[in-house]
Ligand binder design. Structure first.
Ligand code: MGD
Ligand code: MGD
Ligand code: SF4
Ligand code: MO
Length: 732
């Protein structure tokens, strides 16, 4: 059996080529996986033609199969021993133990004494099953996930302004025709390298505008006449956006006809940007007033209302992971609306979604306040619909829980959860104020971690349950464009590793829950599709058969009435109307307040955090791939030579950084590609080189997203300190 892509479908013999997608980021580059005849490993990976990656893969993608044979892969359940180590256990023993402890803790302290933490890397099927498991098998309201760290501000702003959050509301290939693209706080040249192909057209036309305090790989794409790079004071992007809108309105560049017909709220927004004339914005952001004027005019000229081919505004974590992230994205959407860009073919706004299933992961019920179909858990009609699909009384579905940062900080506190189940996140490394997170995890009576490898979080667990990974399982993912794609198994799992679907089913049964938990991904997908029917993220018209036939399906894809042709999906959802009660978008006036932990005497430097090409997130997977470790072996801090000189630091020296939360050490990399007042640290490493020992766990009031991107720090040369052994261990 072969798919339209010409490669074998699931169930094919070993040695056959299987069409699947990369395990890592939201671009979900298409891969062909070829297993070794007669052997489980190795698996060969090659890029496959697909509209997003056009055959390309980045270095993480082409080395991804190495994680399948990680030398410390977990292949049997493990239970903590009295001396603090682990012993292997059978599945029956481990599952009986987990279910027994959960029953005991809930009997003593109530249902909410057990909490669940999910991940945006889980397939749609697993994310759905996890939400159902929390509500029906654990009866807990406490479930949230790492997407709160990743997509929540963009989601909140899109939902409240456009009525829906579908990441990009257009296929990626649409970008190719634009005259201008404004990219704020995204470094896709590093975080999604094959994405850059879609920027070729706009670069040729000189219309790429990149906003980043660093001259990143992406910012450099705008050099040599290809566009403009703005390097504002960290945390001041909102002022850039307010000033751009000020200029657009003051110079009569707005698309008033479009605004009249499609958008509410212009008057309040007009008043809110009145005070942000370009010279005032220059003082706040460091971007020359004339540059701001030039950028506003460039964007306006690209708008179809002024005869341009189209323009896009894209945001990344650099502007979203802020205590004013929702407001900042709202300002970006307001600008896009003022220029008449949203819901028009060839133009648009979109956040560049991060994790492999960052999009689908937020649609099917692992968010504390949501049920499948991207619907609110407090809505009686939603509860009734989902309860009917689950075959339970709506009263059995608990109410909303609390978002991730709040959940983590409540663990093991009086009245807080006593047990946590973790599925697809390494919070000890990736959560803000990580030292405190580690303390909270240690205060639990029961920590159960499902993972493929002994991540730093798994190593704190009482029970580790080994799960299958990407090339060992079937399922679906939803990429950054809202496109539903098929992940296909190419090899068997090692040892006793099992899919989360099976684990959740076994635990549910032991907890006395009679709801359906199948370990067949397609069964769970079909049920999820029914549960999503009528919701914003409606998958009810999607089937594995349609996906396997090569159909390109972007949600919503409602089920067609009997006898009708199947719904074709919705690549560009806002063209006719916005999914709001009156069909119009609503601008939200927003005000700037800057980072919560701003620079001040004693803490004089901005720390911004982010990513390098070779490592993925907490590094749990990529720090196990030799080629990637060789390229990026250790934590580092990037700084300008002038700043380094002030602290007596040179290339390769060890810098000591302190913030209000904690301390870290990393080796200095000198570069003139960063503002003099700013240092950059990637967050991919654990221990003393962990950026998240420094970051602030303050959150955005609307989205509950933490402020990873801007922290005030103090810097010293480590050799001037008497360091602790733990800190010294950070740098070899
Ligand atoms: N190699 C690699 N690729 C990845 C990932 C990975 O871990 N590694 N993770 C995936 C995931 S989950 C995500 S969410 C995406 C993230 O993808 P991006 O958003 O592209 O990644 P980041 O590096 O977190 O942040 C982007 C930029 O924000 C900038 N920045 C920091 N502070 C500010 C500020 O105040 N203003 C502005 N304008 N910019 C600022 C940083 O300098 C950085 O260059 O990447 C995905 N792809
Ligand atoms: N300072 C700073 N911190 C950040 C960010 C930043 O920019 N700066 N970015 C934030 C963002 S955007 C994100 S998305 C988070 C991500 O950070 P994390 O949530 O820690 O994400 P990962 O490192 O991908 O962790 C995934 C874990 O799940 C395991 N895993 C993979 N697949 C599966 C599966 O199918 N099932 C199970 N059970 N486990 C699986 C992996 O081995 C790994 O241990 O980090 C956030 N932290
Ligand atoms: S860009 Fe993302 S999806 Fe593509 S190969 Fe790299 S990590 Fe994988
Ligand atoms: Mo992310």
């Amino acid at each position: 059996m072969t798919t339209p892509q010409g490669v074998a479908a699931p169930g094919s013999a070993p040695g056959a080529a299987v069409a699947s997608h990369c395990p890592y980021c939201a671009l979900q580059c298409a891969q062909t996986l070829t297993s070794t005849p007669g052997e489980r490993l190795p698996v060969a990976v090659s890029g496959r033609q697909f509209p997003t990656n056009r055959g390309g893969l980045c270095q993480k993608g082409w080395t991804s199969a190495e994680v399948l044979r990680a030398s410390d892969r977990i292949t049997t359940p493990r239970i903590r021993t009295a001396d603090g180590g682990f012993r292997t256990a059978t599945w029956v023993e481990a599952l009986d133990l987990v279910a027994g402890r959960i029953r005991q803790i809930q009997a003593e302290s109530g249902d909410d004494a057990v909490a669940v933490f999910g991940g945006g890397g889980l397939t749609n099927e697993k994310a759905y099953a996890l939400g159902k498991f929390a509500r029906l098998a654990l009866h807990t309201r406490l479930i949230d996930y790492n997407g709160r760290f990743c997509m929540s501000s963009a989601a909140a702003a899109s939902n409240r302004t456009l009525g829906m959050d579908r990441g990009l509301a257009f296929p990626l290939s649409d970008l190719g025709g634009a005259d201008a693209i404004l990219i704020l706080g995204s470094n896709m040249g590093v975080t999604m390298p094959p994405f850059v192909q879609h920027l070729a057209g706009v670069r040729e036309r000189g219309g790429l505008i990149v906003v980043d305090p660093r001259a990143t790989v992406t910012a450099k794409l705008a050099a040599n006449g290809a566009g403009v790079h703005l390097a504002p004071v960290p945390g001041s992007d909102m002022v850039v956006l307010l000033a751009l809108l000020h200029i657009v309105l003051a110079e009569g560049l707005a698309d008033l006809d479009y605004l009249e017909v499609r958008v509410n709220g212009l008057d309040a927004v007009r008043r809110s940007v009145a005070q942000w004339w370009p010279e005032r914005a220059e003082a706040e952001t460091g971007i020359p007033a004339d540059t701001l004027r030039e950028v506003a005019r460039l964007l306006a000229a690209a708008s179809p209302s002024r005869g341009g081919r189209g323009a896009y505004i894209l945001t990344g974590r650099g502007v979203e992971q802020m205590s004013q992230g929702t407001a900042c994205v709202s300002a970006a959407i307001n600008l896009a609306l003022a220029l008449g860009l949203v819901g028009r073919e060839g133009s648009g706004y979109g956040p560049v979604t991060g994790q492999g299933n960052g999009q689908g992961g937020r649609e099917h019920g692992q968010k504390s306040d949501q049920l499948p179909g991207y619907r609110m858990i407090t809505d009686p009609a939603t509860r009734a619909h989902v309860a009917a699909v689950w075959g339970v009384d709506p009263a059995r579905i608990p109410g909303p829980g609390v978002p991730a940062v709040q959940l983590l900080s409540s663990l093991g506190t009086p009245g807080g959860p006593r047990a946590l189940m973790v599925h697809g996140s390494n919070v000890v490394v990736s959560a803000p104020n990580a030292t405190r997170v580690e303390e909270r995890l240690k205060a639990l009576d029961l920590l159960v971690v499902c993972d493929l490898v002994p991540s730093e979080t798994a190593l704190l667990a009482d029970v580790i349950l080994p799960v299958t990974q990407w090339a060992e399982e079937d399922g679906t993912m939803t990429n950054l464009e809202g496109r539903i794609i098929r992940r296909r198994a190419a090899v068997d799992a090692p040892g006793e590793a099992r899919s989360e679907l099976w684990i959740l089913g076994e635990l549910a049964r032991r907890l006395g829950c009679d709801a359906v938990f199948s370990d067949e991904p397609e069964v769970m997908f079909d049920e999820m599709a029914r549960a999503s029917a009528g919701g914003k993220a409606d998958y009810s018209g999607v089937t594995y058969a349609r996906l396997d036939a090569g159909e390109e399906l972007f949600w919503p894809v409602p089920a067609a009435p009997a006898g009708d042709a199947p719904h074709p999906g919705t690549p560009r959802p806002f063209l006719d109307r916005f999914p709001t009660p009156d069909g119009r978008a609503t601008m939200h006036a927003v005000a700037h307040h800057g980072p919560a932990d701003d620079v001040r005497p004693g803490m004089t430097t901005y720390l911004v955090t982010g990513r390098v090409l070779q490592h993925y997130q907490s590094g749990a997977q990529t720090r196990r791939v030799k080629e990637l470790v060789q390229a990026q072996p250790e934590p580092f801090v990037e700084m300008h030579p002038l700043l380094a000189e002030r602290y007596g630091l040179s290339e390769g020296a060890v810098a000591f950084l302190a913030s209000e939360r904690g301390e870290a050490m990393a080796r200095v990399r000198l570069t003139t590609d960063i503002r003099v007042d700013t240092v950059f640290m990637p967050f991919h490493w654990a221990g003393a080189g962990s950026a998240n020992r420094l970051t602030n766990d303050v959150t955005d009031p609307t989205s509950a997203m933490p402020e990873f991107k801007v922290t005030a720090v103090e810097i010293r040369a480590a050799h001037q300190l008497r360091t602790t052994p733990q800190l010294e261990g950070a740098v070899r």
